[in-house]
Each structure stands twice: as C-alpha cells, then as structure tokens.
Ligand binder design. Structure first.
Ligand code: FE
Length: 191
C-alpha cells in the first residue's frame, strides 16, 4: 500500500495535478490539528452551558462552527444527546462516513464490516464488547451516517463533575463516547 501511494503521488505530481507541499499540509492537519479533542471541547461546552447545549441539538453545524470546527465531512452535523432512557450510537453501514472536523479520522474498527453490520443488528451485543453495559430499560438508537449527515453523540455528564472547568470536563470525553460505543470517563478514572 505504501509503495502504491508513493507511486500515485509521484505520477500525479509529475503530471502537475497535485502539489506535494499541499499534501503535507493536509496530512499534518489531520495528524496534529484535527481529532477527537475538538469534539471533546464541543461536548464539554454543552455540559457546561445549557444555551449552547440547546443550540447544539437544534443546529449542530452552526454551534460546532462557532468553536472554529468546520470543514470537509462536517458540513451537515447532527448532535444527539444520551439520557438514562436513550443511548445513541453511530455507524456508517455503507462505508466509513464520520465527522472529521470534530473526531478526526475514523478508527479501523469503525470501517470494519463486522461493526458496520452488527451495530444495527445487535447493538447491545456490540456495546457489551466495548465494555458498555446499559440497563435493559435504556433504548438504543443507532444512527446511520451518510455522505450528507454526520452525527456527534453527546455522552451523559458523569456524576461528581460539578466543580470542573470546561477544560477538565473535556478530558473526560473520549472519542468512543462521542460515537456512542463508550461512556464519558468518571473523574479520577484512568485515561
Ligand atoms: Fe460512509
């Protein structure tokens, strides 16, 4: 794969279709600037600020953009909030659609055929494999991402976090908790 990518890059550069410096900027952006820390800041702000929480649920694209997180694969965002009664989980059954500006690039398992099929057929079983056991009374809703719409799960705010700053709250928000295959960490729990 490495060789194939390098060969393609060489041919495209020689033909003048791409600029290697621009490619380096793109790669650096996704390696160092864009990732789940962005989404964690969005969730922390929603936990701390009820007005922002409402805005996020009504117009996630605009609310997220107000924090500076915009760009490809994040043009049409929908945020869904977990509660005691309802747990949201995101999949792309067709391929690997994922909200890049807030979560970065998708993990390998998200792109795998077993996750994509089993998330819709037996979400509770998949969650258990991720170590998430929900009460039987909690309804699980699975959202299928598309090329148009990308989802961000707002996990439930853990107990014992009343005095924490937004920055401290963001540290509790894991990538998986924003896909719905995990929960937010409790304060003091190991990262
Ligand atoms: Fe997809």
């Amino acid at each position: 794969m490495d060789l194939r990518v390098r060969a393609l890059e060489t041919v495209l550069t020689e033909k003048g279709y791409i600029d290697p410096a621009a490619l380096d900027v793109l790669i650096d952006t996704y390696q160092t600037k864009i990732g789940p820390r962005n989404g964690a800041r969005v969730v922390a702000k929603a936990w701390a600020d009820p007005t922002f929480h409402d805005w996020l649920l009504k117009d996630a694209t605009a609310a997220i953009a107000s924090l500076g997180y915009t760009g490809r694969q994040g043009e049409h965002m929908v945020a869904v909030a977990n509660t005691d009664d309802e747990h949201h989980m995101v999949v792309c059954t067709l391929c690997s659609c994922y909200p890049w500006p807030v979560l970065g690039l998708p993990p390998t398992w998200y792109k795998s055929a077993p996750y994509r099929s089993r998330a819709v057929k037996e979400p509770r079983g998949v969650l258990a494999e991720f170590g998430v056991e929900l009460p039987a009374s909690t309804r699980i809703r699975v959202w299928d991402s598309t090329a148009e719409v990308r989802y961000l799960v707002i996990p439930q705010r853990p107990d014992g976090t009343d005095g924490l700053s937004e920055e401290q709250l963001a540290d509790l928000v894991t990538r998986d908790s924003m896909i719905g295959t995990g929960l937010a960490r409790k304060p003091g729990a190991a990262p």
